[in-house]
Design a protein around this ligand. Structure first.
Ligand code: FES
Length: 106
């Protein structure tokens, strides 16, 4: 298992275990984390799975595809460190990753 630390927009902190090979979104949904809607189920058409990845972890991730980068631009609360969690495939290298949830996904 890979540990994910998160913080909500209200400052509530927590952690959950993710499964290597699954997306961050799928693991967060399985753990019952509020704030990741993921309406399209990971097909990259809804952008309601946005998370902010801590700066220190950004370089550990594969860069976003052109499509993902475009989609996060059109979310309600984009930041330079915004990523779609359905496009982040968990691996041991991401153990301890820190993310923040946006104030809303719409
Ligand atoms: S779940 Fe829809 S874009 Fe990520």
């Amino acid at each position: 298992m890979v540990r994910v630390r998160y913080r909500t927009a209200d400052g509530i902190e927590g952690a959950f275990d993710a499964s290597p090979g699954l997306s961050l979104m799928a693991s967060a949904k399985a753990a019952g984390i509020d704030g990741i809607e993921a309406e399209c189920g990971g097909s990259m058409v809804c952008a309601t799975c946005q998370v902010y990845v801590a700066e220190a972890w950004l370089s550990t991730l594969e860069p976003p595809s052109e499509m993902e980068a475009e989609m996060v631009e059109y979310t309600r609360h984009p930041r330079p460190n915004s990523r779609l969690s359905c496009q982040i495939v968990m691996s041991e290298a991401l153990d301890g990753i820190e993310i923040e949830l946006p104030p809303s996904q719409r």
